[in-house]
Design a protein around this ligand. Structure first.
Ligand SMILES: [Zn+2]
Length: 324
């Protein structure tokens, strides 16, 4: 079941947890483990065997034991860390860096910072965290007035063989299609305080295989509340949207008007593109969604400040739980 994103909740904007606070709060492996357990206790442990919710804590083993069937659950099991051998502190550092930096962090950079020998586990860890972000946002639907359009992101296709006529040592580029949906309210008067023609809310970006109406319509249906108003250009990709939402406003949009009618889809697309080029350089098509998940997750929580770290921790702990 989906719920709508909470409407423009503005947290009192606090400072992002800075590096010194992070080190003070989590100086070692034990403090990270204890914090993870504390969040897990709050979110609830579900027995994988019988679905039981009541557990004893076996302190000597650092495991939960189901009161009904005695099945043991490790602290990591069923969370984003399931199957990972990396220290809790690595995960905490990664979560801190992902939530405290305005942009992001590449796996290579994180590997260097952690001084870890192998690249792959670090790369996997970051993708798991991005997956947890995506899962969290999947629980929510957009509502109200929505801007909708497609973006085309450059991604890399690896070419086999040495004699690649396109670009030596690298893959060729292709454009991966992304459906962008963003809550965007009209402003009374001319512009917002920041000079934008509409007020932006929450954002979703979804990789799609093609621009056919039968591809786009179900994606919109599962991401946007029925009782919404969608603004688009007059593309035939959108000719079924009126069947699934309250109102669909399709109009011919001359180039010079795009910034007024659909400002936020285009601002978010160009910000995401710039960020991806700066940090990751080349992205393979199958990983694009993962980077988009992180981008949207952070965009949708841009007012959370220091709460962002704890919220990501909750998303990681309840990775497999049903959304409540
Ligand atoms: Zn059980």
């Amino acid at each position: 079941m989906s719920v709508i994103f909470p409407k423009f909740i503005i947290f009192v904007k606090k400072q992002i947890m800075n590096l010194l606070n992070f080190i003070t709060q989590f100086p070692d492996e034990d403090t990270c483990k204890n914090k993870f357990k504390e969040i897990r206790d709050t979110e609830g442990v579900i027995c994988a065997h019988c679905g039981g919710k009541d557990h004893y804590w076996k302190k000597d083993k650092w495991q939960y034991e189901c009161k009904k069937c005695k099945t043991r659950t490790t602290l990591r099991s069923g969370t984003v860390m399931h199957g990972s051998k990396l220290p809790f502190r690595y995960w905490f550092v990664a979560m801190h860096l992902l939530t405290s930096t305005k942009k992001s962090f590449s796996a290579l950079e994180l590997q260097r910072q952690l001084g870890h020998k192998r690249y792959e586990p670090i790369w996997k860890m970051l993708h798991k965290l991005r997956e947890a972000m995506g899962k969290r946002d999947d629980n929510y639907t957009l509502s109200g007035q929505i801007e909708l359009d497609e973006g085309f992101f450059s991604t890399e296709i690896a070419i086999e063989g040495k004699n690649n006529p396109l670009k030596r040592g690298r893959g060729s580029q292709k454009k991966t299609k992304v459906l962008v949906m963003v809550e965007s309210k009209e402003v009374e008067g001319e512009n917002t305080k920041r000079g934008k023609p509409r007020i932006v809310g929450h954002l979703k970006m979804q990789v799609i295989d093609n621009l056919k109406s039968e591809t786009i319509t179900p994606v919109v249906e599962s991401n946007i509340l029925k009782d919404s108003l969608i603004n688009t250009d007059d593309s035939t990709s959108y000719n079924k949207l009126h069947e699934i939402v309250n109102e669909h406003k399709s109009q011919v949009i001359p180039k010079e008007k795009v910034g007024v009618i659909l400002p936020w889809v285009h601002i978010t697309i160009s910000n995401a593109k710039r960020l991806f080029i700066d940090i990751y350089h080349d992205i393979k098509p199958k990983y694009l969604q993962s980077y988009l998940n992180e981008f949207c997750y952070k965009f949708n929580r841009r007012y959370f400040g220091e709460f962002l770290f704890d919220r990501l921790l909750v998303a990681c702990v309840s990775y497999k739980n049903k959304f409540r």
